[in-house]
Design a protein around this ligand. Structure first.
Ligand code: PSU
Ligand code: MN
Length: 305
């Protein structure tokens, strides 16, 4: 029955079946997170980094109503160029399939499709979270609920301060999602290494992360794990510059009445514009860094699974 919906490319399928390390990648970051052509260029380099670190990359999207695991270079190029690809989270999946549309998968839907395919490790830039002002707007990303329920580890650079990082951590705590810092005690804030918030556990090696994941899932403790990997020192942004840019972007979003699924893409594009493109360079570098760690974790997990 699953074959009716799911199409896994042969290389990825072979890797999954033989317990080789695989790292899933999302596609909203390609279609809505970065401008063309940097989006495509980045997606292809990310795949190469994963290969260079001994794992198989599997970029995920919905194309013509099929859940695709392991896009070709041409499919990545198509997603990066095409204007009307739909940002697809959990609630959108049924309709993108039934109407045979193209959908770029968010963290939530990439986790869902990874789990269906049997992939345990997923690397990206940033997760969605509790938005600032959520006490009024109720804007809480479906990514958090997915982390509560779906057994996939998500390597990210923490949460951006377009979000309320404190409330995001509270939400994850309530849902029993471990938030771990890779070689840090502090929750990173995407463009910067510091946020003023602590992670639950500092973990220093990919082996330790893999064994915690194994223990979690062996015991049937459902849900994912947030592995927060701080942006490398030399690529982080100046704290005041990025804070000001985010404040400005939030103000403009508010004035324009941007809400719902448009919110995150709008804010990312605005922050990029305000920082004269600097935030995009940081964004790209932190994704590379996460791809590398994701591959290392997948390798360790494959040794003990
Ligand atoms: N953060 C980024 N870049 C992105 C996203 C988040 O720095 O591209 C995307 C991811 O796909 C994430 C989604 O899952 O935005 C969250 O959107 P929302 O807040 O509408 O759930
Ligand atoms: Mn939202």
């Amino acid at each position: 029955m699953l074959e009716k919906y799911l199409e896994i490319n042969p290389e990825v399928k072979d890797a999954i079946e033989n317990g080789k390390p695989v790292v899933a990648l999302e596609s909203t970051i390609i279609s809505h997170g970065m401008p063309y052509p940097r989006n495509v260029e980045t997606a292809l380099i990310v795949e190469k980094i994963i290969r260079d670190n001994n794992a198989i990359p599997a970029t995920i999207a919905i194309l013509n109503g099929k859940l695709k695991v392991g896009l070709t270079k041409e499919e990545i190029e198509y997603l990066g160029k095409t204007e009307n690809v739909i940002k697809t989270s959990r609630r959108d999946i049924p309709f993108i399939i039934s109407r045979k549309l193209d959908g770029a998968t968010t963290v939530a839907s990439t986790m869902i499709i990874s789990a269906l395919a049997g992939i345990k490790v997923f690397a990206t830039g940033g997760i969605g979270g509790v938005h600032r002002g959520a006490t009024e707007t109720f804007d809480i990303s479906a990514d958090l609920e997915e982390l509560a329920n779906t057994n996939v580890a998500v390597i990210c650079a923490g949460a951006k301060s377009i979000l309320d990082i404190g409330l995001t951590l509270e939400y994850l705590e309530t849902h029993g999602v471990p938030v771990i810092g890779y070689q840090t005690e502090e929750m990173p804030a995407f463009y910067t290494r510091k946020s003023g918030f602590k992670v639950d556990y500092k973990v220093d090696t990919p082996q330790d992360i893999a064994s915690a994941l194994k223990a979690k899932w062996d015991l049937g403790l459902k849900g994912g794990m947030v592995i927060a990997n701080p942006i490398e020192e030399q690529y982080q942004m100046n704290y005041n510059t990025i804070t000001e840019a985010i404040e400005k972007a939030l103000k403009e979003a508010d004035e324009k009445g941007i809400k719902g699924k448009e919110s995150t893409p709008f804010l990312l594009a605005k922050v990029k514009e305000i920082t004269g493109g600097d935030s995009l360079e940081s964004n790209i570098q932190l994704v590379y860094n996460n791809a590398k760690l994701g591959a290392k974790i997948a390798v360790e997990l494959s040794k003990i699974s």
